[in-house]
Design a binder for this molecule. Structure first.
Ligand SMILES: O=C(O)C(=O)C[C@H](O)[C@@H](O)CO
Length: 266
């Protein structure tokens, strides 16, 4: 069989925005529900959701029949963990908290086989090669792999040009929660100095010919960042959507201040 294509990587080169959703339930059943809703991509979160390599694999398998592309976020940029995720068939990998070009170069190395990198060969053991059904995987894998690095600190913003310039970095994704918190604004990315960092990072990334993405669950933020040039924007978080819907539904029957009748306090 042919090496599976990465439509997300191809779409990053086009100009239309790609709308994504954060998938935080860490189960294949919930991931599959999300994959049926029509978002261009979904972020399967291995950093802040309770995921492991087997749960991430199960979610990749669950969403494989659908057009929504799974972007998997590793808990950190460890080459050994990345090897496991790539072997499980992750095509688009996001790595949090990248602050220097040196770190970005190490991530590129972890994505590639020698002589271009350090990725170990799993061969017929791996889903990535479809258990050896894909011929010439070692030579061609890099064409369909996509590396997204997260810039989410003041140091990362300062080094954004060098990071975006690294050959093999396909895109930069801004983390507004960590960026604002690290700048002393406790998750409030609306602060002018945080907005300034976000805008500069977008502009710098685009100037280096790379795509830029961001998490923006509030519509006005998503529209502004898209205007500023963000190509892939996560406009929702599945867990928040469920909680908001549950709270709003209950509020139709009971005032929010009323306690639940069934209590766990004895
Ligand atoms: O800093 C950010 O913003 C992110 O990286 C995304 C958060 O980690 C996300 O989990 C918020 O729900």
């Amino acid at each position: 069989m042919d090496l599976p294509l990465n439509p997300f990587k191809a779409a990053l080169r086009r100009s239309e925005p790609l709308y994504g959703i954060w998938a935080g339930f860490a189960t294949p059943y919930a991931a599959e529900i999300i994959a049926t809703t029509g978002y261009d991509w979904m972020l399967v979160d291995g950093e802040h959701a309770p995921n492991t390599v087997p749960t991430l694999l199960a979610q990749l398998q669950a969403v494989a029949p659908y057009a929504t592309h799974p972007v998997v976020r590793a808990v950190h940029g460890d080459a050994v963990l990345m090897k496991q995720l790539l072997d499980a068939g992750v095509q688009t990998l996001m790595v949090p908290m990248v602050e220097t070009a040196e770190q970005a170069r190490a991530l590129v190395q972890a994505m590639r086989y020698p002589p271009h990198g350090i990725r170990g060969v799993g061969g017929g053991l791996t889903r990535a090669t479809r258990w050896d059904a894909v011929p010439d995987y070692i030579r061609t894998a890099h064409e369909q792999l996509c590396l997204v690095v997260q810039i989410e600190s003041r140091l990362g913003v300062e080094n954004a040009a060098e990071i975006a310039a690294v050959d093999g970095v396909d895109a930069v994704f801004i983390g507004p929660a960590d960026l604002s918190t690290g700048m002393g604004h406790a998750g409030d990315a609306s602060q002018p100095e945080v907005q300034d960092c976000i805008r500069r990072t977008i502009e710098t990334t685009l100037a280096h010919g790379k795509a830029c993405g961001i998490l923006a669950p509030r519509e006005e933020d998503a529209r502004r960042y898209t205007e500023w040039g963000c190509r892939f924007v996560a406009v929702a978080i599945d867990i928040s959507l469920m909680r908001q819907a549950a709270v709003a539904n209950l509020a139709r029957y009971r005032a929010p201040s009323q306690p639940a009748i069934v209590s766990t306090t004895y």
